[in-house]
Design a protein around this ligand. Structure first.
Ligand SMILES: *Cc1c(COP(=O)(O)O)cnc(C)c1O
Length: 410
């Protein structure tokens, strides 16, 4: 037998586009004792978690719970449960995660139509309305914040717009929630899914979800399988939700008062998700967004101060992540690697059309703090110098401190 050593990961400061370092309160919650699935304490924790996430999503939706799995578990659950095969799904794509919605939509048997904006831009409501008119989709699926481009798609008013054309609005808010304003009820969003590893300050592995009454009605109208046993009739293709694990009807019955057995709730992840929401509840959602705004602005200004050029439409950038062009002549991966090896700091690379062109630096969740921002800027300056790039000494920290001074840091 090969002896694997006891796990002892290096200490890192994770300043990429996610995952980030979890808040120590969250990892402590995860080490709490396990209880049985129907232990009264467990069902109480589940109910509390539902209540806490209504606050996080800014919704009164009864159907607010967790899907067990990383963020894309929530995405798959939403799409497989909301979309009947053959129905039309419109995906406005402005980055990699829009392409993921397209792919998952196709896998669940939807007739997917896409509209596109160049990476680094977002859609106007008019562009979405034109597509609604032209395609008459059953569901519009779009990302709020796409970490691949750092853009934050405005969603205000889009729910009403979709409903006017008979479509439901689903949105993936994984990257944006907690760090950027999200008002599920006010904006008429029918389904939203998230993950913990961005601004919610947790590890990946749990996907909070909320569903409007409209969305629940659609899910309830689909044929359901009692206790996992399908009759031939129920097994008819197209009507029954084509996944057991991600059948939101069954997951609702599990979280609801009936508590019909489904999967075994991932207890430690529920503890984590509950603590993430408790942290935000203590801080306040508007206050958390403001913290991300200030620390994100300080990071962006600091990168400017190091002579780096920002990527994308800055008026629509997420608060919690910024992309900057890799200077001409520098090996982007070598600089990232140096940051990791020399300073224990991780920043992000990029995909698709931005591959090799930009670095992405996150300021999110537990790491949306002045000390993390200033440490990162100082390390980036050092690593740029080591790579032979000329930079203004202290230019990054200095520019960030101006933002912090304006925000009242003393
Ligand atoms: C980071 C991110 C995810 C992550 O999905 P996982 O399944 O948790 O890896 C999903 N959607 C968006 C928009 C993201 O930015």
């Amino acid at each position: 037998m090969t002896a694997a050593a006891q796990i002892n990961p290096p200490t890192r400061l994770l300043m990429g586009p996610g995952p980030i370092n979890a808040d120590p309160r969250v990892t402590r919650a995860m080490s709490a004792a396990l209880v049985g699935q129907y232990d009264p304490s467990m069902t109480e924790y589940m109910n509390e978690t539902m209540g806490l996430y209504r606050e996080v999503f800014q919704t009164r939706n009864e159907a607010t719970m967790l899907v067990d799995g990383t963020s894309r578990a929530g995405i798959e659950a939403a799409l497989v449960s909301l979309v009947v095969p053959g129905q039309k799904v419109l995906v406005p794509v402005f980055g990699r995660f829009g392409l993921l919605l397209q792919e998952i939509g196709e896998r669940v048997g939807a007739d997917v139509v896409t509209i596109h904006r160049p990476w680094g831009e977002v859609f106007t409501p008019e562009e979405i309305e034109d597509a609604l008119k032209e395609h008459r989709p059953d569901v519009v699926a779009m990302v709020q914040g796409d970490t691949s481009t750092t853009m934050n798609q405005p969603l205000e008013g889009l729910g009403e717009l979709c409903h006017r054309y008979g479509a439901l609005l689903y949105t993936d808010v994984t990257a944006s929630i907690g760090g950027n304003t999200l008002l599920v009820d006010e904006w008429g969003i029918d389904a939203a899914t998230a993950g913990l590893q961005k601004c919610l300050a947790g590890p990946s592995g749990s996907s909070p979800i909320t569903l409007s009454e409209r969305a629940v009605e659609v899910i309830r109208s689909r044929k359901h399988v009692e206790a996992g046993i399908a009759s031939e009739d129920e097994a008819e293709r197209g009507e029954r939700i084509a996944s057991n694990y991600f059948d939101l009807g069954m997951i609702l019955d599990y979280w609801g008062p009936q508590r019909l057995n489904h999967h075994t709730e991932a207890t430690s992840m529920l503890y984590a998700a509950r603590e993430c929401a408790r942290l935000l509840g203590e801080e306040g959602m508007a206050e958390a967004v403001e913290r991300h705004r200030v620390n994100g602005a300080a990071m962006a200004a600091g990168l400017d101060g190091l002579g780096l050029q920002r990527f994308g439409d800055q008026a629509h950038r997420m608060n919690n992540v910024v992309a900057v062009y890799i200077p001409e002549g520098l090996d982007g991966d070598a600089v990232r690697n140096g940051l990791l090896q020399n300073f224990g700091i991780e920043i992000g690379t990029s995909f698709g059309p931005l591959h090799g062109k930009v670095w992405r630096v996150g300021t999110m969740g537990y790491n949306a703090r002045p000390d993390a921002v200033l440490t990162t800027l100082s390390a980036i300056e050092s690593q740029l110098r080591l790579a032979g790039q000329s930079v203004v000494a202290g230019g990054g920290v200095g520019a960030a401190l101006e933002i912090y001074a304006d925000a009242g840091l003393r």
